[in-house]
Design a protein around this ligand. Structure first.
Ligand SMILES: Nc1ncnc2c1ncn2[C@@H]1O[C@H](COP(=O)(O)OP(=O)(O)OP(=O)(O)O)[C@@H](O)[C@H]1O
Ligand SMILES: [Mg+2]
Length: 592
């Protein structure tokens, strides 16, 4: 949890945040607020001068001076009301810019994080808080100019009051101390609660996502999960509201005590003024001005401290945000070493353990891959195939051992977290709400305009037929959630994902279960494509389909993270080990 900082430091950071979001708008907002605050002070002074003039009797009421004072009062009131209206507009703009800025930093922090960080709950809690924080950023943006305006007008009133009676100033200012202490206490408690509640908030958002997502909509209905989901969601929300209710009760009690003490202090100051008047030590007009000034100063300084206290609750999130900004600036390694297709990729005693796990997902794997080979990886569910694929493509760094690309450790060759020479079709590939063409182009965004290459990749992935039948062909958005979008089947999506990697022109291609959703024809077509791709490329193919696997040059058999067998289909069959057993099971199932 973030450490608390002093009020001034926090305020300084908040100002830095809001002005980083939009310096011009921030300055304009603060200036308008300050004009409005000072205008109020000017009104007070003009009002008190008017009082002074009028106290000289009926004749004074028609003097030029009174007229001028009246004109000044009307002028100042007009300026104040204009400044208020303009400040409200600017304020809105400032808030919008601040939220955008914060969200931009959050997106930056997320894209600059390594894949490994995405496996940690702590990282997700942090992102979740950053997400919630856009509301806080908005409140900070709203509060900062208000605090400044309240301080400016309080300073103005202080000058006015000091002219009448300097020692009334500190006594009046003291009356806002209880309010400040209460505000700080409240904001600290609220923040601790929100911080501690992040995992529950995430659980609730997860349910919302499941219920709102089209892809899970069918399952939610098929399993009749609606009531179950809603009940879980309600429980999480009810707990949250119950906790907040308890906190608010405490806040109200505490605030009543703070406000009571503050009011008593203010009352004492006013009584003091009355006593002074009674003893003839203060003229009546001066006392009237003093009373108005005291009430106004109390009001402005209380506004300043309560705004400041509220801002500090949000500010605690801002501190989190500042940490996130540090993450955003801490870019992923950018390789400066030129990378060319490898002659040999050596996996040297590589192990990998997920942060949350107590055993290795990949355990002491040694293997060497030569350029142009087609390597298949097989193994039971959870045997470490996908993890090994992510290690080979430089997305994870080994916990132990090293992968060398022609002698250079893979970790020195990654840029933005990936390898420019590698193309991967993931088991859980992404489905973008883009056009079919752009869904393929994401494989290499620098060549997104190369329509001929996109069409060629689609052709090689056996995707041209169904894409051309879409309402707008390659320009049809994929996803019915989008206006004019079309839905495609699971296997058709898989072909798009394969086209994506074929478009990439990478020399090292990793296909993690590319055929799982393919029909027999498409699988055969992919198999032909792989044979065509071999020229100048190295291919790693992970599959549970032995019909595809058996054609590989070499097959690696993983079991519980360890490489237990290695060889061609014929060699492994002759060995009659784990591979032969798995192969036998599958072919028996086919033969019946
Ligand atoms: N992000 C993660 N955090 C913690 N453990 C993980 C994570 N991803 C995978 N694992 C664990 O690592 C092991 C290997 O997983 P991996 O996904 O590599 O298996 P796989 O061989 O690809 O399986 P499948 O055939 O089901 O795709 C499994 O025991 C799995 O539970
Ligand atoms: Mg897998």
């Amino acid at each position: 949890m973030s450490k608390r900082s002093g009020a001034l430091v926090s305020f300084g950071r908040a100002v830095a945040l809001v002005s980083a979001a939009g310096r011009g708008v921030f300055l304009a907002t603060v200036t308008l607020f300050a004009i409005s605050g000072l205008g109020m002070v000017a009104l007070l002074l003009v009002g008190s001068s008017l009082l002074h003039e009028l106290s000289h009797g009926a004749r004074a009421a028609s003097s030029m001076r009174v007229w001028w004072l009246l004109i000044a009062a009307v002028g100042v009131a007009g300026i104040v009301s204009f400044a208020n209206a303009a400040a409200a507009g600017m304020h809105r703009l400032l808030a919008e810019q601040t939220v955008r800025y914060c969200n931009e930093v959050m997106l930056g922090a997320a894209t600059n994080a390594s894949l490994r960080e995405f496996d940690s709950a702590e990282f997700h809690d942090r992102l979740q808080r950053a997400r919630n924080n856009s509301g806080s950023a908005l409140q900070v943006a709203m509060a900062v100019p208000q605090v400044i305006a309240a301080v400016v007008s309080a300073a103005g009133v202080t000058v006015g009051l000091a002219v009448v009676s300097p020692w009334l100033v500190p006594i009046t200012l003291l009356s806002c101390v209880p309010l400040w202490l209460v505000g700080r206490g409240n904001s600290e408690e609220m923040y601790s609660f929100s911080f501690g509640n992040t995992p529950q908030d995430r659980a609730r958002f997860h349910i919302e996502r499941i219920v709102l997502d089209r892809r899970s909509a069918a399952e939610v209905r098929a399993f009749r999960l609606a009531a179950f989901m809603r009940e879980r969601w309600s429980r999480l929300y009810d707990e949250r509201i119950q906790e907040i209710r308890t906190l608010v009760r405490r806040f109200v009690r505490r605030s009543a005590v703070g406000a009571g003490i503050g009011s008593l202090m203010l009352c004492a100051v006013l009584v003091l003024v009355l006593i002074l008047v009674r003893h003839g030590e203060m003229p009546v007009e001066a006392a009237a001005t003093a009373c108005v000034a005291i009430l106004m100063l109390a009001n402005r300084s209380q506004a300043a401290v309560s705004n400041l206290a509220q801002m500090m609750e949000q500010q605690l999130y801002v501190e989190e945000f500042i940490e996130l900004r540090a993450l955003e600036r801490q870019l992923l390694p950018q390789s400066t070493i030129p990378i060319a297709p490898f002659r040999e990729l050596v996996v040297d005693n590589v192990s990998f353990r997920y942060s949350a796990a107590d055993t290795n997902a990949v355990d002491g794997v040694n293997v060497s891959i030569s350029a142009g080979e087609v390597i298949a990886i097989v193994g039971q569910n959870g045997s470490g195939k996908t993890t090994l694929a992510k290690l080979l493509s430089g997305l994870y760094e080994p916990s132990d051992g090293q992968i060398r690309w022609d002698g250079t450790p893979l970790s020195q060759l990654t840029t933005d977290g990936g390898l420019s020479e590698a193309g991967v079709v993931f088991q859980d590939f992404a489905r973008y709400w883009f056009s079919a063409a752009d869904n393929i182009a994401v494989g290499d965004v620098d060549r997104a305009d190369d329509h001929a290459a996109i069409a060629a990749a689609a052709h090689d992935a056996d995707a041209t037929g169904f894409i051309e039948r879409l309402p707008n062909g390659f320009d049809t958005p994929l996803g019915v959630e989008v206006d004019g979008g079309a839905d495609i089947s699971g296997g058709q999506w898989q072909r798009i994902a394969i086209a994506r990697v074929l478009f990439r022109k990478a020399s090292f291609i990793i296909l993690d279960e590319p055929t799982a959703a393919l029909d027999a024809e498409a699988e055969a077509a992919l198999f032909d494509t792989i044979q065509d791709l071999r020229a100048g490329r190295t291919i790693v193919l992970i599959s549970h389909r032995f019909s595809t696997v058996r054609t590989a040059d070499r097959i690696l058999v993983l079991h519980e993270g360890r490489l237990v067998e290695e060889g061609s289909h014929a060699e492994l069959m002759a060995r009659d080990g784990r591979y032969a057993k798995m192969y036998g099971l599958q072919s028996r199932a086919y033969v019946g």
